[in-house]
Design a protein around this ligand. Structure first.
Ligand code: GDP
Ligand code: MG
Length: 166
C-alpha cells in the first residue's frame, strides 16, 4: 500500500508558501500567485526507497478557518511554518500560529534566503525559534530552489520516526 502524508503549509501572507509548495510539487518558481487562494496539491514521489503520496495544503489568510483547512489541521501529519527572512512580523507571528498546533512533526522555514541584502531575521534567531518549537529548521529559497525538497523530506522522515510503517 502506498502511504499518504497530509502536510499543511502555514505562515503570513507573502512569505512564499505558494512558491515553496509549487516549487516542490511542480518544479518551477511561481512569480505571482493570488495570495487569497487556498489549495491542496498532490505529489507522488520516492523517499528512502518508499513510494509515497504527499497531499499538501497551501493555506491563505490566517483569520478564519475554511472547512478544508479545518480538516487538514485535524488530520495533518505534519506542518511547515514559513516566515520570510526579510520580514520581522512574519517571524514574530509564527509564535501564535505555533500555539494552535500542539503537535509534532514540525518544520520551521525561513524563506527568501536569496534576499541577503533585505535580511532582518538572523539565522541564529531562526535556529533558536526552531529549538523552542521542537521543530527542524531550514532557511530556504523557492526562487533558487534551495532547501525546498529538504523541508518536505525532513517532515516525511519525522512522521516515519513517530509512526513507523507497519
Ligand atoms: P504566500 O502568500 O505565502 O503564498 O506567498 P507567495 O508564494 O505568493 O510569494 C509572495 C511573493 O514572494 C511572490 O512575489 C513570490 O514570487 C515571492 N517569493 C516567494 N518565495 C521567494 C523566494 O524564495 N525568494 C524571493 N526572492 N522571492 C520569493
Ligand atoms: Mg499563497
Amino acid at each position: 500500500m502506498v502511504r499518504e502524508y497530509k502536510f499543511v503549509v502555514l505562515g503570513n501572507g507573502g512569505v512564499g508558501k505558494s512558491a515553496l509548495t509549487v516549487q516542490y510539487v511542480q518544479e518551477f518558481f511561481l512569480v505571482r500567485y493570488d495570495p487569497t487562494i487556498e489549495d491542496s496539491y498532490s505529489k507522488t514521489t520516492h523517499i528512502d526507497g518508499e513510494q509515497i503520496i504527499l497531499e499538501i495544503l497551501d493555506t491563505a489568510g490566517t483569520e478564519q478557518f475554511t472547512a478544508m483547512r479545518d480538516l487538514y489541521m485535524k488530520n495533518g501529519h505534519g506542518f511547515i511554518l514559513v516566515y520570510s527572512i526579510t520580514s520581522q512580523s512574519s517571524f514574530n507571528d509564527l509564535r501564535d500560529m505555533h500555539e494552535m498546533i500542539l503537535r509534532v512533526p514540525l518544520v520551521l522555514c525561513g524563506n527568501k534566503c536569496d534576499l541577503v541584502d533585505q535580511r532582518v531575521v538572523t539565522t541564529e534567531q531562526g535556529v533558536s525559534m526552531g529549538l523552542q518549537m521542537n521543530a527542524s529548521f531550514y532557511e530556504s529559497s523557492a526562487l533558487k530552489n534551495l532547501n525546498v525538497e529538504e523541508l518536505f523530506v525532513d517532515l516525511v522522515r519525522q512522521v516515519n520516526r513517530i509512526q513507523p510503517k507497519k
